[in-house]
Design a protein around this ligand. Structure first.
Ligand SMILES: Cc1ncc(COP(=O)(O)O)c(C=O)c1O
Length: 379
């Protein structure tokens, strides 16, 4: 790799710095689990569930194996399956549509509003049929979807709402946390997420006690009592050792989220005079910047130029969901995904993690400026 200045490479995400901050606390918690041998559904899982429900402003949280399980169990708990349709955004991570397919329902993929990269509520309305049962808005990159408009449409058509908040821990609209707007909120604790375990983890949150009870059964082979299987459940429990990591990180999540927002503010300043189209933050929302996603018409060249200068970026995601091989037969795309396709060719995710310094942000901005400085602005 060629570096055009003397600074060290900047990773897309740096998990090592964060892990170092909590290592001692995590090890102490893990030692208790090891000594007690309560490896499955130990008290740390319950403790974390209580804390995370409180954090989201919901009555219940159920810890699960990962975020994909959270979406799948949410659909199962609402009785959605064969013959049903579930509407979601065409630009999400594959797991959102895959979970719908696991349930037996058909994913219906809808285009986005490029202003916030989230599902366009006006287009949801057009995609509703007599088989529609639910909407899964995705709070992509950490910016809340337009929940008031989505709630209004869902109520008018008798649809359930499952929020995919895998990238939106602590995101808010008018002070209310994402995950608490719909019938069920789904979270991932994949290591790189804003709240990430040291492996896989996930959870659902809800205010509905029946849904909560059902998901508690579903995650543990349908057992409330050992060896009594009330329904065809799964094995998708949050691991107790991962709950130790999450409990430890809960003490820092607000501070880390504010640091992400600070990094985004620095980017806004430093990149203002570049050719990149910067992400907009909707009024009244708290964007938690899981990813800092910008656009450029010559994205691949920008990406290559940044990589050459030691700036590691990502693409989230390079293709609309409709192009994923398993979706070609199983998903419906009623009105095409022209904006998802356009955006997929132009987006890149710049380095973003709470420990990023202003100097690193300036280095990224200088690297961006070093690319084709004679070019005109994006729009
Ligand atoms: C938007 C979205 N939905 C769902 C998932 C699935 O979560 P997991 O990887 O924990 O299964 C992820 C993350 O990977 C995601 O980013």
């Amino acid at each position: 790799m060629v570096h055009k200045d003397n600074s060290s490479p900047i990773p897309l995400v740096d998990l090592v710095q964060q892990s170092r901050q909590i290592k001692e606390d995590v090890l102490r918690r893990m030692a208790d689990v090891i000594d007690s041998a309560r490896y499955i559904l130990g008290q740390e899982v319950r403790e974390f569930e209580e804390q995370f429900a409180g954090y989201c402003g919901t009555d219940h949280c159920i810890g699960l194996g990962n975020g994909t399980d959270a979406l799948h169990m949410a659909l199962r708990a609402l009785g959605i399956g064969e013959g049903d349709e579930v509407i979601t955004a065409g630009n999400s991570f594959a797991a959102t549509a895959f979970a719908i397919a696991y349930s037996g329902a058909r994913p219906v993929l809808v285009d986005i509003d490029p202003a916030d990269f989230n599902i366009d509520p006006d287009l949801i309305e057009h995609a509703i049929t007599d088989r529609s049962r639910a909407i899964i808005p995705v709070h992509l990159y950490g910016q809340p979807a337009q929940m008031a408009a989505i709630r209004e449409i869902a109520d008018r058509h008798g649809l359930r709402i499952i929020e995919d908040a895998a990238q939106a821990h602590g995101a808010e609209i008018g002070g209310q946390r994402c995950g608490s707007f719909g019938d069920i909120g789904c979270f991932s604790f994949y290591p790189g997420k804003n709240l990430g375990a040291f492996g896989d983890g996930g959870a659902v949150v809800t205010n509905d006690p029946e849904v909560a009870d059902k998901i508690r059964l579903l995650r543990n082979y349908g057992q409330k009592v050992k060896n009594r299987h009330d329904l065809l459940g799964y094995n998708c429990r949050l691991d107790t050792l991962q709950a130790c990591v999450l409990l430890s990180k809960m003490q820092h999540i607000e501070c880390w989220t504010e640091k992400r927002r600070q990094v985004a503010a620095w980017y806004r300043e430093e990149l203002a005079d570049t050719q990149l189209l910067l992400p907009e933050e909707r009024d009244g929302v708290r964007h938690v910047y899981h990813l800092y996603v910008v656009r450029h018409r010559r994205r691949d060249q920008v990406l290559a130029s940044l990589a050459e200068q030691g700036i590691h970026c990502g693409i989230h995601y390079p293709h609309p969901l409709s192009l994923a091989a398993p979706m070609r037969d199983s998903a419906t795309v009623p009105y095409g995904l022209p904006l998802c396709s356009e955006v997929a060719n132009e987006i890149l995710s710049l380095p973003m993690f709470p420990e990023m310094t202003r100097q690193q942000v300036a280095t990224v901005a200088n690297a961006v400026r070093a690319f084709a400085p004679e070019e005109v602005a994006f729009r």
